[in-house]
Design a protein around this ligand. Structure first.
Ligand SMILES: NC(=O)c1ccc[n+]([C@@H]2O[C@H](COP(=O)([O-])OP(=O)(O)OC[C@H]3O[C@@H](n4cnc5c(N)ncnc54)[C@H](OP(=O)(O)O)[C@@H]3O)[C@@H](O)[C@H]2O)c1
Length: 205
């Protein structure tokens, strides 16, 4: 049942970014309270959910996004924000326990020196090349490198519903399109600039 605190549109958005972020942070990365987590692409659908969930799990959260979205990412709970046009997180001398890439431009080579011992590089946005190399990189570095598709599980949606009810998580909506403007909805998604999810409704509200 849709929680009273979210709209139908927000409920639809839970099933995309939220489930992916939950899978990578909780199940693959096994994020712990007090750990330092960096979310690359922190304003997207997966990224905006990841910022909120990492914060919920008690992590110190750094979001990487453009300066235009820095305020939004801070409001979602990020402790620090890095504008990727002004600085490269990987060459600042800082280190994180988890680097979660939702963009697809974070390689193991680029990020390994920005990971703590026992660090995890989580690749939601990585291509096939990154994924094929991940087991070997994990074996030889002492770090964990992991990607691949997140499962769609009913129990994860139920958990995200619970987090909506506690106020720990609120799906971010970029824009709404009625079904007959579906091509514009696709164009917005493909822009790579959306903040949260694009929602398509069957009827005008
Ligand atoms: N593994 C899985 O199961 C799974 C599931 C869902 C999605 N995905 C993948 O995850 C990725 C993210 O999906 P999404 O829907 O969350 O994407 P999205 O909403 O389009 O978000 C992309 C975000 O990345 C930011 N960005 C663009 N260039 C950047 C850069 N150079 N550095 C840092 N941030 C940058 C953009 O913010 P600015 O506008 O501020 O630049 C934008 O908010 C996609 O590749 C998708 O295919 C994987």
């Amino acid at each position: 049942m849709i929680p009273a605190v979210v709209t139908f549109e927000e409920a639809a958005a839970i099933s995309f970014g939220g489930t992916t972020a939950l899978h990578f942070l909780r199940d693959v990365g096994k994020v712990q309270t007090g750990e330092r987590v960096l979310i690359n692409g922190a304003s997207g659908a997966v990224g905006s959910a990841a910022v909120q969930l990492a914060r919920h799990f008690g992590a110190h959260v750094t979001g990487v996004c453009s300066s235009a979205n820095a305020g939004t990412v801070r409001a979602l709970g990020a402790d620090a924000v890095i504008d990727y046009k002004a600085a490269d997180f990987a060459t600042r001398g800082a280190r994180w326990d988890i680097i979660f890439d939702t963009v697809g431009n974070v390689s193991f080579e680029r990020s390994r020196n920005a990971l703590n011992k026992n660090g995890r590089l989580l690749l939601a946005g990585g291509g096939l090349g990154h994924l094929l190399k991940a087991p070997f990189q994990s074996m030889t570095s002492g770090l964990k490198v992991a990607g691949g598709p997140a499962p769609e599980r009913a129990e994860d949606i139920v958990e995200l519903k619970r987090l909506c009810e506690t106020g720990a998580y609120k799906p971010v909506i970029d824009s709404r399109f009625v079904f007959d403007r579906i091509s514009q909805a696709h164009a917005r998604v493909e822009s790579g600039r959306k903040v949260g999810s694009v929602i398509v409704t069957l009827r005008a509200p």
